[in-house]
Design a binder for this molecule. Structure first.
Ligand SMILES: Cc1cc2nc3c(=O)[nH]c(=O)nc-3n(C[C@H](O)[C@H](O)[C@H](O)COP(=O)(O)OP(=O)(O)OC[C@H]3O[C@@H](n4cnc5c(N)ncnc54)[C@H](O)[C@@H]3O)c2cc1C
Length: 495
Protein backbone atom coordinates (compact mmCIF):
# COMPACT_ATOMS: atom_id res chain seq x y z
CA UNK A 1 0.00 0.00 0.00
CA UNK A 2 1.39 3.43 -0.91
CA UNK A 3 0.86 5.76 2.00
CA UNK A 4 1.42 9.44 1.41
CA UNK A 5 0.34 12.67 3.01
CA UNK A 6 -2.02 13.26 0.09
CA UNK A 7 -3.83 10.56 -1.84
CA UNK A 8 -4.00 10.48 -5.66
CA UNK A 9 -7.61 11.60 -5.42
CA UNK A 10 -6.51 14.66 -3.44
CA UNK A 11 -7.84 13.54 -0.06
CA UNK A 12 -5.89 14.40 3.05
CA UNK A 13 -4.17 11.38 4.57
CA UNK A 14 -2.27 10.75 7.77
CA UNK A 15 1.51 10.56 7.64
CA UNK A 16 1.75 8.19 10.61
CA UNK A 17 0.18 5.08 9.04
CA UNK A 18 3.47 3.33 8.39
CA UNK A 19 3.84 -0.22 7.04
CA UNK A 20 4.77 -1.26 10.62
CA UNK A 21 1.43 0.08 11.90
CA UNK A 22 -0.40 -1.78 9.14
CA UNK A 23 1.45 -4.98 10.09
CA UNK A 24 0.69 -4.45 13.77
CA UNK A 25 -3.02 -3.89 13.10
CA UNK A 26 -3.17 -6.95 10.83
CA UNK A 27 -1.65 -9.05 13.59
CA UNK A 28 -4.32 -7.81 16.01
CA UNK A 29 -7.48 -8.35 13.93
CA UNK A 30 -6.45 -10.69 11.10
CA UNK A 31 -5.84 -9.87 7.45
CA UNK A 32 -9.52 -9.99 6.44
CA UNK A 33 -10.42 -7.25 8.87
CA UNK A 34 -7.77 -4.66 8.07
CA UNK A 35 -8.80 -3.02 4.81
CA UNK A 36 -6.16 -1.13 2.89
CA UNK A 37 -7.36 -1.46 -0.69
CA UNK A 38 -8.34 1.93 -2.11
CA UNK A 39 -11.82 0.73 -3.15
CA UNK A 40 -12.53 -0.52 0.36
CA UNK A 41 -11.16 2.67 1.88
CA UNK A 42 -13.35 4.71 -0.49
CA UNK A 43 -16.40 2.86 0.89
CA UNK A 44 -15.50 4.31 4.28
CA UNK A 45 -14.85 7.86 3.05
CA UNK A 46 -18.51 8.90 3.32
CA UNK A 47 -21.29 9.55 5.74
CA UNK A 48 -24.71 11.03 4.92
CA UNK A 49 -23.31 14.55 4.36
CA UNK A 50 -21.97 15.61 0.98
CA UNK A 51 -18.32 15.44 2.07
CA UNK A 52 -15.77 12.64 1.76
CA UNK A 53 -12.26 12.05 3.03
CA UNK A 54 -10.28 8.91 2.28
CA UNK A 55 -8.95 7.01 5.31
CA UNK A 56 -5.52 5.33 5.15
CA UNK A 57 -7.01 2.07 6.39
CA UNK A 58 -10.15 0.60 7.91
CA UNK A 59 -10.15 -1.82 10.82
CA UNK A 60 -13.08 -4.05 11.77
CA UNK A 61 -12.42 -5.42 15.27
CA UNK A 62 -14.42 -8.36 16.64
CA UNK A 63 -14.58 -7.52 20.34
CA UNK A 64 -13.74 -5.16 23.20
CA UNK A 65 -10.19 -6.48 23.61
CA UNK A 66 -9.40 -5.93 19.93
CA UNK A 67 -10.77 -2.36 20.11
CA UNK A 68 -8.53 -1.68 23.12
CA UNK A 69 -5.47 -3.18 21.43
CA UNK A 70 -6.08 -1.25 18.18
CA UNK A 71 -6.42 2.04 20.06
CA UNK A 72 -3.30 1.38 22.16
CA UNK A 73 -1.26 0.70 19.03
CA UNK A 74 -2.59 3.81 17.29
CA UNK A 75 -1.89 5.96 20.34
CA UNK A 76 1.71 4.74 20.38
CA UNK A 77 2.12 5.32 16.62
CA UNK A 78 0.17 8.61 16.78
CA UNK A 79 -2.34 7.51 14.16
CA UNK A 80 -5.69 9.28 14.22
CA UNK A 81 -8.75 7.04 14.70
CA UNK A 82 -12.34 7.72 13.61
CA UNK A 83 -15.04 5.51 15.17
CA UNK A 84 -17.77 4.55 12.70
CA UNK A 85 -21.13 2.83 12.98
CA UNK A 86 -23.18 2.75 9.78
CA UNK A 87 -22.22 6.26 8.63
CA UNK A 88 -25.79 7.54 8.47
CA UNK A 89 -24.64 10.61 10.43
CA UNK A 90 -25.72 13.97 9.03
CA UNK A 91 -23.01 16.18 10.52
CA UNK A 92 -19.78 14.64 9.20
CA UNK A 93 -18.91 12.93 12.51
CA UNK A 94 -17.64 9.70 10.95
CA UNK A 95 -15.54 11.39 8.25
CA UNK A 96 -11.78 10.76 8.48
CA UNK A 97 -10.92 14.40 7.80
CA UNK A 98 -7.28 13.81 8.77
CA UNK A 99 -7.04 10.42 7.12
CA UNK A 100 -5.78 7.81 9.56
CA UNK A 101 -7.74 4.77 10.64
CA UNK A 102 -11.49 4.27 10.44
CA UNK A 103 -12.62 1.99 13.29
CA UNK A 104 -15.73 0.18 12.04
CA UNK A 105 -17.76 -1.18 14.98
CA UNK A 106 -20.36 -3.14 13.02
CA UNK A 107 -18.86 -6.59 13.73
CA UNK A 108 -19.43 -6.09 17.46
CA UNK A 109 -23.14 -6.73 17.25
CA UNK A 110 -24.57 -9.02 19.91
CA UNK A 111 -27.29 -8.39 22.49
CA UNK A 112 -25.87 -10.23 25.54
CA UNK A 113 -28.82 -9.57 27.87
CA UNK A 114 -32.46 -8.48 27.85
CA UNK A 115 -33.61 -8.25 31.45
CA UNK A 116 -37.41 -8.25 31.69
CA UNK A 117 -37.43 -7.95 35.50
CA UNK A 118 -35.21 -4.92 35.82
CA UNK A 119 -36.18 -3.49 32.42
CA UNK A 120 -32.81 -3.04 30.79
CA UNK A 121 -30.76 -4.62 28.03
CA UNK A 122 -27.04 -4.89 27.42
CA UNK A 123 -26.31 -4.32 23.75
CA UNK A 124 -23.14 -4.01 21.72
CA UNK A 125 -22.29 -0.94 19.66
CA UNK A 126 -22.73 -2.46 16.19
CA UNK A 127 -26.33 -3.68 16.61
CA UNK A 128 -28.70 -1.62 14.47
CA UNK A 129 -31.32 0.38 16.35
CA UNK A 130 -34.10 -1.39 14.46
CA UNK A 131 -32.80 -4.88 15.30
CA UNK A 132 -32.44 -3.89 18.95
CA UNK A 133 -35.97 -2.43 19.09
CA UNK A 134 -37.36 -5.59 17.46
CA UNK A 135 -35.47 -7.85 19.88
CA UNK A 136 -36.83 -6.09 22.96
CA UNK A 137 -40.34 -5.88 21.43
CA UNK A 138 -40.37 -9.70 21.36
CA UNK A 139 -40.33 -9.45 25.16
CA UNK A 140 -43.17 -6.88 25.15
CA UNK A 141 -40.68 -4.08 25.85
CA UNK A 142 -40.10 -0.75 24.18
CA UNK A 143 -36.92 1.16 23.35
CA UNK A 144 -38.34 4.51 22.19
CA UNK A 145 -35.41 6.38 20.48
CA UNK A 146 -36.08 5.85 16.78
CA UNK A 147 -33.84 7.86 14.45
CA UNK A 148 -35.44 7.73 11.01
CA UNK A 149 -32.38 5.84 9.71
CA UNK A 150 -32.86 3.17 12.44
CA UNK A 151 -32.79 0.32 9.92
CA UNK A 152 -29.08 1.02 9.34
CA UNK A 153 -27.89 3.24 12.18
CA UNK A 154 -26.19 1.58 15.13
CA UNK A 155 -26.60 1.72 18.89
CA UNK A 156 -23.02 3.06 19.14
CA UNK A 157 -23.84 5.83 16.67
CA UNK A 158 -27.07 6.59 18.55
CA UNK A 159 -25.25 6.91 21.88
CA UNK A 160 -22.40 8.90 20.32
CA UNK A 161 -24.83 11.35 18.67
CA UNK A 162 -27.44 11.28 21.46
CA UNK A 163 -29.86 10.55 18.66
CA UNK A 164 -33.57 11.15 18.84
CA UNK A 165 -36.36 10.59 16.35
CA UNK A 166 -40.10 11.24 15.99
CA UNK A 167 -40.96 9.73 19.38
CA UNK A 168 -38.45 11.86 21.31
CA UNK A 169 -41.27 14.36 21.88
CA UNK A 170 -42.91 12.17 24.51
CA UNK A 171 -40.18 9.66 25.30
CA UNK A 172 -36.86 11.48 25.05
CA UNK A 173 -33.57 10.67 23.33
CA UNK A 174 -30.72 8.15 23.75
CA UNK A 175 -29.44 10.03 26.81
CA UNK A 176 -32.69 9.32 28.65
CA UNK A 177 -32.23 5.56 28.21
CA UNK A 178 -28.49 5.08 28.67
CA UNK A 179 -27.76 3.65 32.12
CA UNK A 180 -24.17 2.58 31.60
CA UNK A 181 -21.44 2.18 29.01
CA UNK A 182 -18.33 0.18 28.33
CA UNK A 183 -15.98 2.41 26.40
CA UNK A 184 -12.31 2.50 25.43
CA UNK A 185 -10.08 5.56 25.71
CA UNK A 186 -7.57 6.40 22.99
CA UNK A 187 -4.75 4.94 25.11
CA UNK A 188 -6.56 1.58 25.22
CA UNK A 189 -7.91 1.90 28.76
CA UNK A 190 -11.30 0.23 29.17
CA UNK A 191 -13.76 2.34 31.20
CA UNK A 192 -17.08 1.14 32.64
CA UNK A 193 -19.50 3.96 33.43
CA UNK A 194 -22.86 3.98 35.20
CA UNK A 195 -24.48 0.59 35.81
CA UNK A 196 -27.77 -1.22 35.67
CA UNK A 197 -29.74 0.78 38.21
CA UNK A 198 -32.22 3.52 37.37
CA UNK A 199 -30.71 5.70 40.12
CA UNK A 200 -26.98 6.25 40.30
CA UNK A 201 -25.24 9.36 41.63
CA UNK A 202 -21.88 7.86 42.34
CA UNK A 203 -19.27 10.36 41.20
CA UNK A 204 -19.23 12.39 38.01
CA UNK A 205 -21.79 11.24 35.48
CA UNK A 206 -19.40 9.86 32.88
CA UNK A 207 -22.25 8.08 31.09
CA UNK A 208 -23.96 11.38 30.30
CA UNK A 209 -20.64 12.88 29.30
CA UNK A 210 -20.01 10.14 26.75
CA UNK A 211 -23.55 10.25 25.37
CA UNK A 212 -23.40 12.80 22.57
CA UNK A 213 -19.60 13.04 22.63
CA UNK A 214 -19.51 12.09 18.93
CA UNK A 215 -16.64 9.63 19.21
CA UNK A 216 -14.24 12.33 20.38
CA UNK A 217 -13.72 11.09 23.97
CA UNK A 218 -13.88 7.29 23.79
CA UNK A 219 -15.07 4.42 21.63
CA UNK A 220 -18.33 2.94 22.89
CA UNK A 221 -18.37 -0.84 22.70
CA UNK A 222 -21.35 -1.79 24.84
CA UNK A 223 -24.33 0.03 26.34
CA UNK A 224 -26.80 -0.81 29.09
CA UNK A 225 -30.08 0.70 27.96
CA UNK A 226 -33.26 1.27 29.95
CA UNK A 227 -36.46 -0.20 28.52
CA UNK A 228 -40.10 0.59 29.18
CA UNK A 229 -43.37 -1.26 28.64
CA UNK A 230 -44.96 -1.09 25.19
CA UNK A 231 -47.93 1.31 25.12
CA UNK A 232 -51.16 -0.69 24.80
CA UNK A 233 -52.63 1.38 21.98
CA UNK A 234 -51.63 4.13 19.56
CA UNK A 235 -53.39 6.20 16.93
CA UNK A 236 -52.00 8.26 14.07
CA UNK A 237 -53.63 11.35 12.57
CA UNK A 238 -52.80 13.54 9.57
CA UNK A 239 -53.92 17.17 9.63
CA UNK A 240 -54.00 19.27 6.44
CA UNK A 241 -53.51 23.04 6.63
CA UNK A 242 -54.17 25.76 4.05
CA UNK A 243 -51.92 28.15 5.94
CA UNK A 244 -48.39 27.32 7.04
CA UNK A 245 -48.70 29.71 9.99
CA UNK A 246 -51.76 27.86 11.29
CA UNK A 247 -49.89 24.54 11.30
CA UNK A 248 -46.89 26.06 13.06
CA UNK A 249 -49.20 27.81 15.54
CA UNK A 250 -50.99 24.51 16.25
CA UNK A 251 -47.66 23.00 17.35
CA UNK A 252 -47.19 25.78 19.92
CA UNK A 253 -50.80 25.41 21.07
CA UNK A 254 -50.50 21.64 21.57
CA UNK A 255 -47.52 22.27 23.86
CA UNK A 256 -49.19 25.20 25.63
CA UNK A 257 -52.28 23.03 26.28
CA UNK A 258 -50.05 20.52 28.09
CA UNK A 259 -50.81 17.70 25.63
CA UNK A 260 -48.16 15.09 25.09
CA UNK A 261 -48.62 13.22 21.83
CA UNK A 262 -46.06 10.47 21.18
CA UNK A 263 -45.02 12.24 17.97
CA UNK A 264 -45.75 15.64 16.42
CA UNK A 265 -44.20 15.99 12.99
CA UNK A 266 -44.32 18.96 10.61
CA UNK A 267 -44.21 18.77 6.80
CA UNK A 268 -44.19 21.95 4.69
CA UNK A 269 -45.62 22.55 1.21
CA UNK A 270 -42.28 22.04 -0.57
CA UNK A 271 -41.85 18.66 1.18
CA UNK A 272 -45.44 17.68 0.22
CA UNK A 273 -44.61 18.40 -3.44
CA UNK A 274 -41.36 16.40 -3.51
CA UNK A 275 -42.93 13.38 -1.76
CA UNK A 276 -45.98 13.45 -4.03
CA UNK A 277 -43.81 13.62 -7.16
CA UNK A 278 -41.91 10.57 -5.88
CA UNK A 279 -44.64 8.34 -4.44
CA UNK A 280 -48.03 9.58 -5.70
CA UNK A 281 -49.66 9.05 -2.31
CA UNK A 282 -52.51 11.44 -3.06
CA UNK A 283 -51.19 14.17 -0.75
CA UNK A 284 -52.98 17.54 -1.09
CA UNK A 285 -50.73 19.60 -3.37
CA UNK A 286 -52.68 22.78 -2.60
CA UNK A 287 -52.00 22.47 1.16
CA UNK A 288 -49.32 24.63 2.79
CA UNK A 289 -48.48 22.17 5.56
CA UNK A 290 -49.29 18.85 7.17
CA UNK A 291 -49.04 17.79 10.79
CA UNK A 292 -48.62 14.12 11.57
CA UNK A 293 -49.63 13.43 15.14
CA UNK A 294 -49.47 10.13 17.00
CA UNK A 295 -50.98 9.55 20.44
CA UNK A 296 -50.47 6.47 22.58
CA UNK A 297 -51.29 5.00 26.00
CA UNK A 298 -54.21 2.91 27.24
CA UNK A 299 -57.27 2.54 24.94
CA UNK A 300 -59.14 5.14 27.02
CA UNK A 301 -56.26 7.63 26.97
CA UNK A 302 -55.83 7.21 23.23
CA UNK A 303 -59.52 7.87 22.50
CA UNK A 304 -59.53 10.93 24.75
CA UNK A 305 -56.29 12.35 23.29
CA UNK A 306 -57.46 11.70 19.73
CA UNK A 307 -60.58 13.78 20.39
CA UNK A 308 -58.65 16.62 22.07
CA UNK A 309 -55.96 16.80 19.40
CA UNK A 310 -58.51 16.84 16.57
CA UNK A 311 -60.53 19.58 18.26
CA UNK A 312 -57.47 21.73 18.84
CA UNK A 313 -56.19 21.29 15.29
CA UNK A 314 -59.55 22.25 13.79
CA UNK A 315 -59.73 25.29 16.10
CA UNK A 316 -56.35 26.37 14.71
CA UNK A 317 -57.18 26.05 11.05
CA UNK A 318 -56.80 22.37 10.06
CA UNK A 319 -58.96 21.97 6.97
CA UNK A 320 -59.14 18.20 7.28
CA UNK A 321 -58.18 15.48 9.72
CA UNK A 322 -57.59 11.84 8.81
CA UNK A 323 -57.47 9.31 11.65
CA UNK A 324 -55.86 5.96 10.80
CA UNK A 325 -58.22 3.09 11.54
CA UNK A 326 -55.60 0.34 11.47
CA UNK A 327 -51.84 -0.28 11.71
CA UNK A 328 -51.71 -0.44 7.90
CA UNK A 329 -53.44 2.94 7.56
CA UNK A 330 -51.11 4.42 10.18
CA UNK A 331 -48.09 3.13 8.24
CA UNK A 332 -49.52 4.76 5.10
CA UNK A 333 -49.83 8.12 6.89
CA UNK A 334 -46.26 7.82 8.22
CA UNK A 335 -45.03 7.00 4.71
CA UNK A 336 -45.26 10.64 3.62
CA UNK A 337 -43.04 11.76 6.51
CA UNK A 338 -40.60 8.87 6.32
CA UNK A 339 -40.09 9.24 2.58
CA UNK A 340 -39.05 12.90 2.57
CA UNK A 341 -35.30 12.17 2.77
CA UNK A 342 -35.39 9.77 -0.19
CA UNK A 343 -37.78 12.01 -2.14
CA UNK A 344 -35.49 15.00 -1.65
CA UNK A 345 -32.57 12.97 -3.00
CA UNK A 346 -34.41 12.58 -6.34
CA UNK A 347 -34.84 16.32 -6.94
CA UNK A 348 -31.17 17.33 -7.03
CA UNK A 349 -27.93 15.35 -6.73
CA UNK A 350 -26.90 16.76 -3.34
CA UNK A 351 -28.54 17.95 -0.15
CA UNK A 352 -27.47 19.73 2.99
CA UNK A 353 -29.61 18.60 5.92
CA UNK A 354 -29.74 20.73 9.07
CA UNK A 355 -31.47 20.29 12.39
CA UNK A 356 -31.79 23.76 13.81
CA UNK A 357 -33.77 23.57 17.03
CA UNK A 358 -35.65 26.42 18.69
CA UNK A 359 -37.83 26.80 21.79
CA UNK A 360 -41.16 25.35 20.73
CA UNK A 361 -43.07 28.62 20.93
CA UNK A 362 -40.68 29.95 18.26
CA UNK A 363 -41.66 27.34 15.66
CA UNK A 364 -44.01 29.72 13.75
CA UNK A 365 -41.30 32.42 13.59
CA UNK A 366 -38.61 29.89 12.65
CA UNK A 367 -40.68 28.50 9.78
CA UNK A 368 -41.31 32.04 8.47
CA UNK A 369 -37.62 32.95 8.76
CA UNK A 370 -36.57 29.75 6.96
CA UNK A 371 -38.87 30.59 4.06
CA UNK A 372 -37.34 34.10 3.93
CA UNK A 373 -33.83 32.60 3.91
CA UNK A 374 -34.80 30.37 0.97
CA UNK A 375 -35.99 33.44 -0.96
CA UNK A 376 -33.01 35.65 -0.03
CA UNK A 377 -30.36 33.10 -1.00
CA UNK A 378 -32.39 31.51 -3.79
CA UNK A 379 -32.01 27.98 -2.52
CA UNK A 380 -34.38 25.01 -2.83
CA UNK A 381 -35.43 24.40 0.75
CA UNK A 382 -37.84 21.89 2.25
CA UNK A 383 -38.81 22.04 5.93
CA UNK A 384 -39.95 19.06 7.93
CA UNK A 385 -39.10 17.54 11.27
CA UNK A 386 -39.88 16.88 14.86
CA UNK A 387 -41.85 20.07 15.46
CA UNK A 388 -42.99 18.90 18.89
CA UNK A 389 -39.36 19.24 20.04
CA UNK A 390 -38.81 22.52 18.19
CA UNK A 391 -36.46 20.43 16.04
CA UNK A 392 -36.91 21.31 12.36
CA UNK A 393 -34.96 19.78 9.50
CA UNK A 394 -34.43 22.46 6.87
CA UNK A 395 -32.96 20.51 3.94
CA UNK A 396 -31.40 22.39 1.04
CA UNK A 397 -31.46 20.51 -2.25
CA UNK A 398 -28.52 21.48 -4.40
CA UNK A 399 -25.86 20.40 -6.87
CA UNK A 400 -22.43 20.34 -5.30
CA UNK A 401 -20.84 20.61 -8.77
CA UNK A 402 -22.25 24.14 -9.15
CA UNK A 403 -19.92 26.50 -7.22
CA UNK A 404 -22.26 29.49 -7.56
CA UNK A 405 -25.20 27.60 -6.15
CA UNK A 406 -23.04 26.12 -3.36
CA UNK A 407 -21.85 29.55 -2.29
CA UNK A 408 -25.48 30.57 -1.76
CA UNK A 409 -26.16 27.27 0.05
CA UNK A 410 -23.31 27.78 2.55
CA UNK A 411 -24.42 31.37 3.15
CA UNK A 412 -28.00 30.21 3.71
CA UNK A 413 -26.77 27.59 6.21
CA UNK A 414 -24.79 30.24 8.15
CA UNK A 415 -27.92 32.41 8.17
CA UNK A 416 -30.01 29.49 9.45
CA UNK A 417 -27.59 29.04 12.36
CA UNK A 418 -27.58 32.77 13.14
CA UNK A 419 -31.39 32.96 13.14
CA UNK A 420 -31.68 29.79 15.25
CA UNK A 421 -29.42 31.25 17.93
CA UNK A 422 -31.18 34.62 17.74
CA UNK A 423 -34.45 32.80 18.57
CA UNK A 424 -32.85 31.15 21.61
CA UNK A 425 -32.16 27.82 19.89
CA UNK A 426 -29.25 25.49 19.33
CA UNK A 427 -27.17 24.54 16.27
CA UNK A 428 -28.24 20.92 16.55
CA UNK A 429 -31.07 19.09 18.25
CA UNK A 430 -30.01 15.56 17.36
CA UNK A 431 -27.58 15.28 14.43
CA UNK A 432 -24.51 16.45 16.33
CA UNK A 433 -21.83 19.02 15.56
CA UNK A 434 -19.38 16.89 13.59
CA UNK A 435 -17.50 18.89 10.99
CA UNK A 436 -20.58 20.70 9.66
CA UNK A 437 -21.33 22.83 12.71
CA UNK A 438 -17.88 23.04 14.28
CA UNK A 439 -17.10 26.45 12.73
CA UNK A 440 -20.16 27.88 14.52
CA UNK A 441 -19.64 26.45 18.01
CA UNK A 442 -18.31 29.70 19.52
CA UNK A 443 -21.51 31.46 18.41
CA UNK A 444 -23.48 29.19 20.72
CA UNK A 445 -21.05 28.43 23.55
CA UNK A 446 -18.65 31.39 23.56
CA UNK A 447 -14.90 30.92 23.95
CA UNK A 448 -15.38 30.19 27.67
CA UNK A 449 -17.73 27.26 27.03
CA UNK A 450 -15.46 25.90 24.33
CA UNK A 451 -12.42 26.14 26.63
CA UNK A 452 -14.16 23.88 29.17
CA UNK A 453 -15.04 21.40 26.41
CA UNK A 454 -11.43 21.43 25.18
CA UNK A 455 -10.19 20.67 28.71
CA UNK A 456 -12.56 17.68 28.89
CA UNK A 457 -11.33 16.47 25.50
CA UNK A 458 -7.71 16.74 26.65
CA UNK A 459 -8.43 14.76 29.82
CA UNK A 460 -9.70 11.79 27.79
CA UNK A 461 -7.47 12.10 24.73
CA UNK A 462 -4.47 14.35 25.49
CA UNK A 463 -2.97 14.04 21.99
CA UNK A 464 -6.29 14.71 20.23
CA UNK A 465 -5.96 11.59 18.09
CA UNK A 466 -9.53 10.33 18.50
CA UNK A 467 -11.90 11.68 15.85
CA UNK A 468 -10.01 14.91 15.14
CA UNK A 469 -11.62 17.77 13.23
CA UNK A 470 -14.97 17.40 14.98
CA UNK A 471 -16.81 19.73 17.39
CA UNK A 472 -13.95 22.23 17.78
CA UNK A 473 -13.85 25.10 15.28
CA UNK A 474 -10.06 25.34 14.96
CA UNK A 475 -9.63 21.69 13.96
CA UNK A 476 -12.58 21.41 11.55
CA UNK A 477 -12.24 21.90 7.78
CA UNK A 478 -12.67 25.59 6.94
CA UNK A 479 -16.19 26.82 6.20
CA UNK A 480 -16.43 27.38 2.43
CA UNK A 481 -17.61 31.02 2.60
CA UNK A 482 -16.46 33.96 4.75
CA UNK A 483 -18.41 34.21 8.00
CA UNK A 484 -17.51 37.81 8.91
CA UNK A 485 -20.98 39.35 8.42
CA UNK A 486 -22.57 36.79 10.75
CA UNK A 487 -19.70 36.97 13.26
CA UNK A 488 -20.25 40.73 13.52
CA UNK A 489 -24.01 40.23 13.89
CA UNK A 490 -23.60 37.56 16.61
CA UNK A 491 -21.12 39.81 18.44
CA UNK A 492 -23.81 42.53 18.39
CA UNK A 493 -21.69 44.86 16.27
CA UNK A 494 -24.14 44.95 13.37
CA UNK A 495 -27.94 44.81 13.11
C1 LIG B 1 -32.43 9.46 6.26
C2 LIG B 1 -31.86 9.78 7.62
C3 LIG B 1 -32.72 10.04 8.67
C4 LIG B 1 -32.20 10.33 9.95
N1 LIG B 1 -33.07 10.57 10.97
C5 LIG B 1 -32.60 10.85 12.19
C6 LIG B 1 -33.50 11.10 13.27
O1 LIG B 1 -34.72 11.04 13.13
N2 LIG B 1 -32.96 11.39 14.48
C7 LIG B 1 -31.61 11.44 14.69
O2 LIG B 1 -31.18 11.70 15.81
N3 LIG B 1 -30.74 11.22 13.68
C8 LIG B 1 -31.20 10.92 12.44
N4 LIG B 1 -30.32 10.68 11.42
C9 LIG B 1 -28.86 10.77 11.67
C10 LIG B 1 -28.20 9.43 12.03
O3 LIG B 1 -28.98 8.35 11.58
C11 LIG B 1 -27.96 9.32 13.53
O4 LIG B 1 -27.05 10.31 13.95
C12 LIG B 1 -27.41 7.95 13.93
O5 LIG B 1 -27.44 7.83 15.33
C13 LIG B 1 -25.97 7.69 13.44
O6 LIG B 1 -25.67 6.32 13.67
P1 LIG B 1 -24.56 5.59 12.79
O7 LIG B 1 -24.39 4.20 13.30
O8 LIG B 1 -24.85 5.71 11.36
O9 LIG B 1 -23.29 6.46 13.17
P2 LIG B 1 -22.11 7.13 12.24
O10 LIG B 1 -22.75 7.98 11.23
O11 LIG B 1 -21.29 5.98 11.76
O12 LIG B 1 -21.36 7.93 13.31
C14 LIG B 1 -21.93 9.08 13.86
C15 LIG B 1 -21.00 9.64 14.94
O13 LIG B 1 -20.90 8.74 16.02
C16 LIG B 1 -19.54 8.30 16.21
N5 LIG B 1 -19.63 6.88 16.53
C17 LIG B 1 -20.27 5.91 15.85
N6 LIG B 1 -20.17 4.75 16.51
C18 LIG B 1 -19.45 5.00 17.63
C19 LIG B 1 -18.99 4.21 18.72
N7 LIG B 1 -19.30 2.92 18.81
N8 LIG B 1 -18.26 4.80 19.69
C20 LIG B 1 -17.96 6.12 19.63
N9 LIG B 1 -18.36 6.91 18.62
C21 LIG B 1 -19.09 6.36 17.65
C22 LIG B 1 -18.84 8.62 14.91
O14 LIG B 1 -17.47 8.87 15.13
C23 LIG B 1 -19.57 9.87 14.47
O15 LIG B 1 -19.06 10.99 15.14
C24 LIG B 1 -30.80 10.38 10.14
C25 LIG B 1 -29.94 10.10 9.08
C26 LIG B 1 -30.45 9.81 7.83
C27 LIG B 1 -29.50 9.52 6.71
Amino acid sequence: MGISSRDAAGFRTSASMTPEVVQGLTALVGESYLLTDVAERALHAYDATIHRFLPDAVVRPANLQQVAAVLRLCQQARVTVVPRGSATGLSGGALPVRGGLVLDLTRINRIPEINVNDLYAVVQAGVTVENFSRAVAEHGLFFPPDPSAARASTIGGGVAENAGGPHAFKYGVFRDYTLGLTAVKMDGTIVHTGGKTVKNVSGYDLTRLLVGSEGTLAVIVEATLRLIAQPKARRTMLMVYDRLDDAAETVSQVIAAGMQPAALEFIDDASIRVVEQFLHLGLPLDAQALLLIEVDGSEGEVSEQTERVQRLCRQHGARSVTVAGSEAEAAQLWKARKSIASAVARIKPSKVAEDATVPRSQIPTMVRRLKEIARTYQVDLVIFGHAGDGNLHPNIMCDERDPHEMERVWQAVAEIFAVTLELGGTLTGEHGVGTMKAPFMAWEHGEEGLAVMRAIKSAWDPDHLLNPGKIFPETAPPWPVALDPWERRIAGKEP
